[in-house]
Design a protein around this ligand. Sequence first.
Ligand code: AMP
Length: 220
Amino acid sequence: MIIIMLGAPGTGKGTVAGILSEKLGIPQVSTGDIFRKNIKEETELGKIAEEYISKGKLVPDNITIEIVKDRLNEKDVENGVILDGFPRTLGQAEELEKILIKDNKKVDMVINLTTPEEEIIERVSNRRVCSNQDCKAVYNVVLNPPKEEGICDKCGSHLVKREDDNPETTKKRIQTYLDLTDPLIEYYTNKGNLFTEVVSKNTKLGKQVAEDIVSKIKGE
Ligand code: AMP
């Protein structure tokens, strides 16, 4: 099963994708995580990606598509994958379709997460992520805090704030989302496999949304 997570920054794509991955037994592939790993390891790709990420811009399509193409050739994604943060432009969506068609595959489900705009900045500034690249658990210090402050419940590593989770870069990321990623909602609506869920402190948080999606997929 091939699932795409769509949504503006801070809507909970990573959280929902992580739970789906665990419950459905298929890997989560986050382009943002791949870039951050490369930035940490100071690779050539990391140096290029950082230029864009720090400004709230998208890494160019040609670079991003190559990375995803390579990742989708790996064995662990043969039976399915949750693409977290890819595609983010129409060009990426069209390329993904071409990559999948070659293997007789298609996107089965697109999960579009939306959050009221006034909550996004707050959610992003309260976000903390596990510094362990193999864990990458995500917390919210108010809505979903770790048991011990600053420490990951899952692996005991330190929690950190993402460099791009500051209000100024977040505003730019939201604008980038509106300009380049929002058109994908219409693209996938027309294909008939878009499924929208609202994530908000006033309705459902990411964990509940993920549970509901799992039940829907399993036909419970
Ligand atoms: P994320 O972890 O999904 O919030 O992504 C963090 C940042 O990585 C984004 O703000 C972009 O700069 C970059 N990025 C992640 N995925 C993509 C993508 N599919 N295309 C271009 N840039 C991306």
